[in-house]
Design a protein around this ligand. Sequence first.
Ligand code: GLN
Length: 205
Amino acid sequence: MKIGVLSYQGDVSEHMDAVRATGNEPVAVKSVSSLQTVGGLILPGGESTCQGKLLVRFGLDEPIRARIYEGMPVFGTCTGAILLAKEIEGSSQPRLGTMDILIARNAFGAQVDSFETDMHIKGITDDPNYGIGPFRAFFIRAPLIRHAGPHVDVMATYDGNIVLARQGNMLACSFHPEMGEDLRVHMYFAGMVEDFLSKKKEAVG
Ligand code: GLN
């Protein structure tokens, strides 16, 4: 399967490597034509005002929104989660705004307060298909999800704060799953892409 990685800025090559390691084909997405070739899209960590402005400047915001509404799975990590959020605390910066979450940027403090921790992820670290056991999560000047709407499924929390959540075809996490060796979150996302593509195939007949 072809899985895109938005390639303006940030942790692009790490996600491309992780996608490859799950046995899928990573595609650098910078244009509408490359966006149309993929079955799912990862929005990498980086800097959200920068990436949001570039999305608008290069006219990719509306086409990505259209694909999300069509059902294409999207996975926002850190900055990517900020771009997915309908609301960003205290900010009107450009975003996709498709997911019913309120997010707070830099909620764990400054860059020097970045940290790593083991965490439980519902539907992943408790599922023998992925492998039971905690997931090492890397938080780098991370945001947190302050509030999630009724259709959002909370999959992981840290200190009582939401750090990984899913709403239908949208997955958003505060941390960086591409930084370690553990591929389970990328495998979970690849599963979402597989479901989407097989449903599409059924619909075509
Ligand atoms: N602090 C960054 C922002 O607000 C996100 C950091 C990250 O993606 N690691 O955009």
